[in-house]
Design a binder for this molecule. Structure first.
Ligand SMILES: [Zn+2]
Length: 405
């Protein structure tokens, strides 16, 4: 057994402990307490970590590791569709046919995520190419096999094929796999229903979708027209039998039976207060990625509303095609700037416990408590720090972070 002493311990499930101690045995937390600078005489190894805050590993609840090779390749846009076109162009220009560039970038991104204090990722993949690299890493993960299919005559077949590919993956306890839908404007209603049915086979599996991200999405769902309609026609994916549902994307997904407590709804930039009420009622988790929203032209998410309406909030960076790095601490600093009235403790809760719960890893991660993983972060904090939570949402760099255990 090792007993660690630190200037601060953040259990997340309770207020920060000043001059705390933490006992870890065989990789598991066995006890947490205060007034820890004195040595207890039970023979345990004593390690003084000094001026650090010990906290759970962070959860990046939404990223796309397979797009890491597009880092810095897609310029910021003032309209979402301009950014989408930028991604398509960068993909055409960059990927080599053997995919070595893609695989190298995935490995580099995983290393970066760990160095930034990430313990768990919710990773969106269209190819499942990230599954192998994740199993060889120290990250825990849910790899979401994301389906994009607006126009199909065989929605059940599309989903059944994806399920059979997932079944061939051999998930582990630490790296799991599930299904996701890309977005309400890119997945046909019957495909959405088939995805929900497939995910329902496992009562604990999470699901995900990009939701209410851009004004183009809102217009398309409301009217069936606008830039997204023109784009679908342009790329040959328009379905002439599709009828605009009217209303908002949240209403539409709810009418499809898609929204429930296992859904990670990503972005929510354009959500109305009625949408937020509905999301809270369904128990879905909203994953906010504010730096990506700024880069893609989606706009600034109403983060204070997310919390004020009682929505469960988790945090993601989105991909390196729209975020400068995979540092969730940097995402928290942007959230703090956009949402000055939300408590720092609530923001930290989102980046740890809420993400772990939404991805189904809360038995091991997300808080510091007896029985949970002892693989925790020690973040350097200046001596004399009074409000450690506020300090931690102010932007932490990788050189301030190390892992214990
Ligand atoms: Zn995304």
């Amino acid at each position: 057994m090792i007993r660690y002493h630190a200037a601060w311990i953040l259990p997340i499930s309770e207020p920060p402990i000043r001059d705390g101690w933490l006992a870890v045995d065989r990789g598991r937390v066995v006890a947490v307490g205060a007034s820890g600078r004195r040595v207890l005489s039970d023979g345990a190894e004593e390690v003084d970590l000094g001026e650090v805050a010990v906290m759970p590993g962070l959860v990046n609840a939404h990223t796309h590791l397979e797009l890491s090779y597009l880092r810095d390749a897609v310029p910021p846009a003032s309209q979402f569709l301009t950014w989408i076109r930028g991604v398509m162009q960068a993909r055409r220009e960059r990927a080599d046919p053997r995919g070595a560039e893609i695989l190298d970038a995935i490995d580099g991104a995983i290393t970066e995520a760990v160095a930034c204090g990430t313990a768990i990722v919710g990773d969106i993949s269209n190819t499942l190419v990230t599954f192998g690299p994740l199993t060889r890493s120290r990250l825990a993960a849910v790899v979401f096999y994301e389906l994009i299919r607006f126009n199909t005559t065989d929605p059940k077949g599309v989903v059944a094929k994806a399920v059979s590919e997932l079944d061939a993956l051999h998930p582990t306890e630490r790296v799991r796999a599930s299904l996701a839908a890309h977005a309400p404007y890119s997945v046909a209603p019957l495909v959405l229903r088939a995805i929900t049915q497939a995910v329902d086979r496992d009562p604990f599996a999470p699901c995900s979708i990009h939701l209410s991200e851009s004004v183009e999405e809102m217009e398309f769902i409301r009217t069936g027209g606008g830039p997204w309609r023109a784009f679908l026609e342009e790329i040959g994916s328009w379905d002439p039998t599709w009828v605009a549902p009217g209303g908002t994307p949240v209403q539409f997904l709810d009418d499809c039976g898609f929204l429930n407590g296992r859904v990670l709804a990503v972005h929510g930039v354009q959500m109305t207060t009625a949408d937020l009420d509905r999301l809270a009622a369904r128990g879905a988790t909203l994953v906010t990625c504010p730096r990506s929203n700024g880069h893609t032209g989606a706009g600034a998410p109403p983060i204070e509303d997310f919390y004020n309406y009682g929505v469960k909030v988790a945090v993601g960076t989105d991909s390196l095609a729209s975020a400068p790095d995979l540092n969730i601490f940097a995402e928290l600093a942007t959230m703090r700037a956009l949402a000055p009235t939300v408590s720092a403790g609530a923001l930290l809760d989102s980046a740890t416990r809420q993400g772990a719960r939404a991805l189904g890893f809360d038995a091991d991660f997300g808080t510091i408590a007896p029985g949970k993983s002892g693989r925790l972060l020690a973040v350097s904090v200046p001596a004399g720090t009074e409000d450690v939570e506020e300090y931690l949402v102010g932007g932490i760099e990788p050189d301030q972070i190390r892992w214990i255990e």
